[in-house]
Write a protein that binds this ligand. Sequence first.
Ligand code: CP3
Length: 342
Amino acid sequence: MKLENDLYLRASSGQEIERYPVWLMRQAGRILPEYREVRASVSGFKELAETPDLASEVTVQPVDLLGVDAAIIFSDILVVPDAMGLTYQMIEKKGPWFEKTIKNESDLALIDNDIDVEDRLAYVLQAISLTKRKLNNRVPLIGFAGAPWTILCYMVEGSGSKTFSQTRKLLYTNSQLAHELLQRITDVTIAYLKAQQRHGADALQLFDSWAGILGHNQYQEFGMRYIKQIVEAVKGPFTVFSKGAYSSLSNLMDLPCTTIGLDWNMDMAFARSLCGESKTLQGNLDPCVLYGSEERIQSETFKMLKSFKSPRHIVNLGHGVYPDIHPENVKTFINTVKNYEI
Ligand code: CP3
């Protein structure tokens, strides 16, 4: 079925567009009072994410209320370790917490082999099918997963961390175990992303939120190697967002994906000089711009748009929108992009 608004997909594949598409990472939830209302009707984040009817409802909210050019399924990257046997809890005001973590070979027994993603992650796949119905072909739906390195960080550390030093330690003290885990995560992630496509996801994004804590060689060995496997196995519009992976930008450009996500510290012109017209670039306004006045949001957005030297762009922030940003400011950003003629 043809989408009414397929700007995001056309921009992904380098086709002609009349204006730049715009959406926000973490748009589904957090900033909208309408989301908080749905969230308050259940016990917490996990119940919301695991209830397809509600997850699809909050996925569609930013399309209706903010006018974004794509929806992203309301879920979390941590559903993958959860499906593999390491269950997480989302603790209010603190974030994710895993009761069991992986520290040595014997802990591998905590992880289930050969899991069926259609079974263990049925709730996400159902939410995708339901969302497709509720979107009624208005805009594309983005599916996603965490990149293996970022997922490994949570499996080893068991929660967020400033340094993820236990995970980085493992790379030096037991690299074999790290590779074993990364390969298992990769295999599940490939199956999971393909299942998301089968259930209706029009495009996919891989989030490598902790790419930036590894040195260049480490990121090649423990990050890129597995991202490459995923991108080679999964076809279609695909964005790799490796936050902070500055020294690997040119390597990222060699991946067979359509789109590279840039954070706000990355230089758009430099990234373009590395890839020419071979990639769509996504990003990269500093999310903090959205704390500014209406005029400031407009002028900073214009500055970014004017720096684009190619139509191959998808406009976004350089990372997820912060929860205390006012929806009106988000709308100012979105409308500035939508009213800008290429
Ligand atoms: O982008 C979207 O709108 C879709 C939903 C989405 C969520 N998490 C929902 C969520 C996406 C794409 C994610 C990805 C995710 N989750 C990442 C990668 C992106 C990034 O920000 O770097 C990471 C590292 C996580 C892990 C995670 N989930 C953390 C560390 C936390 C706690 C801190 C926080 O950001 O709130 C979460 C919780 C989470 N995931 C919430 C939402 C809406 C907040 C839960 C709540 O409603 O209380």
